[in-house]
Design a protein around this ligand. Structure first.
Ligand SMILES: NC(=O)c1ccc[n+]([C@@H]2O[C@H](COP(=O)([O-])OP(=O)(O)OC[C@H]3O[C@@H](n4cnc5c(N)ncnc54)[C@H](OP(=O)(O)O)[C@@H]3O)[C@@H](O)[C@H]2O)c1
Length: 407
């Protein structure tokens, strides 16, 4: 914290969709937050503009060439931000003692090491990068708990569930001690809502012909490309299922996915007395980000409260696991345990990148994940980062080989 009491923030993935929503919220509260470090992969133009605006102490580009490009541009403008690069740069701005809060908004497995480092350094971690939890599961939760990290879910569904938990549990949750089932205070089920994506009503034939342009246009949420495709295949909901399983220590049989096309009810918790608590709001990530930043207080986020009369009706339906097999594969991977969710996540990342590159079709994504899960050796021991990264690398190789065979 600064001498005047502002929370110092490292924002991983500052140039992305979550990054920009986070900066929008922070800009409304200059008395509460100070941007300490901003990071990106290759997008020099946007990170340069952000450095001009925010004057962070550090800027990190994962890509070395982009880092030297950024450093030169900042020097020409006499901006004092120090530029770092690569994995070591990312770890430095996460572990920095001056940092209070790390927003983990890098997309994909690339976010794993810095997000895990934030938990290990005992920071307040705003978790948007769901792939970290999908890959490291127990290791991540144990690391956060052992180091008294405060783990705040940013994904709108998990943030909604967090908001529907009784205070005694969120107090526990702040230091990630949800593992004791007795403290669950009558919680029976978690209902994870999903919009159903842009192809909710498509037939199997129509799904076959979906193009990348169609898939990145989500009807309700404005997001990065990878998560938009994941939303269209329902893989995003599957990854969130795995995330909820670890975050809330819930038996997978007690987590349901509910298709809710309006995307205003962001998830629900059912209790033993028959109560169902839900969190509602406009579909705008600034709400969960503001909640995660300020909890246990509340701050203005720039999002208008939901006008319930405009919504008029709320619909709920069961997901179709035949047309959207990615969700089924996620349920199966959790039940299988060990490295299955690591393999699933790696195969999905490779397949989505190939789809966005026009190398495979939309329905090939699920087929490739299933093939990879069948071909990979699923190992029981995933207790170290090395073992996790090894399983991830092997799975990527298998999926790439399967893609090569399609052509
Ligand atoms: N968008 C949403 O509404 C939403 C909601 C819930 C959860 N999430 C989760 O939040 C994460 C971010 O999503 P997003 O939609 O904000 O993604 P995005 O718009 O694609 O942004 C991704 C960010 O990660 C950076 N990045 C990409 N590859 C990297 C690498 N190898 N090393 C370091 N940085 C890298 C990008 O930098 P460049 O710009 O330089 O490429 C960018 O800053 C994802 O895990 C997603 O599942 C997103």
């Amino acid at each position: 914290m600064t001498q005047s009491g502002e929370l110092r923030i490292t924002l991983l993935g500052a140039t992305g969709s979550i990054g920009s929503s986070t900066l929008d919220v922070i800009s409304r509260h200059p008395d509460r937050y100070q941007v300490h470090a901003l990071t990106a992969n290759t997008n020099v133009d946007v990170l340069f503009a952000l450095c001009e605006k925010w004057s962070p102490r550090y800027a990190v580009m994962n890509d070395e060439t982009s880092a030297s490009d950024l450093a030169q541009r900042l020097k020409r403008k006499n901006i004092q931000t120090t530029v770092l690069s690569g994995e070591s740069g990312l770890l430095q701005v996460v572990e920095d003692e001056a940092v209070d809060c790390v927003v983990a908004a890098i997309v994909g497995a690339a976010g794993l090491l810095p997000t895990l480092a934030a938990a290990k350094a005992g920071k307040r971690v705003l978790l948007a990068n769901k792939e970290t939890l999908v890959m490291t599961g127990k290791l991540f939760i144990d690391t956060a708990r052992e180091n008294n990290a405060v783990l705040m879910p940013v994904d709108s569904e998990h943030n909604a569930i967090f908001q529907c938990l009784p205070d005694c549990l969120t107090e526990y949750h702040s230091s990630v001690k949800m593992t004791n089932r007795q403290v669950k205070s009558g919680i029976e089920r978690i209902l994870l809502t999903a919009s159903g994506g842009p192809f909710r009503d498509f037939s199997a034939d129509q799904l076959h012909d979906v193009t990348p342009e169609q898939a990145v246009n989500h009807p309700n949420w404005d997001m990065g490309k990878k998560i938009s495709v994941d939303s269209a295949t329902l893989m995003n909901k599957g990854l969130e299922l795995i995330e909820a399983y670890w975050l809330f220590d819930m038996d997978i049989a007690n987590i349901d996915v509910v298709i809710h096309p309006q995307s205003v009810m962001h998830s629900m918790v059912t209790y033993s007395d028959g109560s169902v608590l839900a969190q509602l709001g406009n579909p705008d990530m600034r709400t969960p980000i503001a909640h995660a930043l300020a909890w246990p207080e509340r701050i203005e986020s720039g999002v208008e409260p939901l006008n319930i009369f405009d919504v008029a009706k709320l619909e709920f339906e069961q997901p179709d696991l035949d047309r959207f097999p990615c969700l089924r594969l996620c349920y199966e991977a959790i039940k299988r345990g060990g490295s299955a969710t690591i393999v699933l996540n790696a195969a999905n990342e490779v397949a989505v990148a190939a789809f966005l590159d026009d190398k495979i079709g939309f329905t090939d994504i699920a087929n490739l994940i299933e093939q990879t899960l069948n071909l990979a050796i699923i190992t029981e021991d995933v207790s170290s980062v090395e073992l996790i990264l090894e399983a991830d690398a092997l799975a990527r190789m298998i999926t790439k080989k399967c893609i090569a065979e399609i052509h």
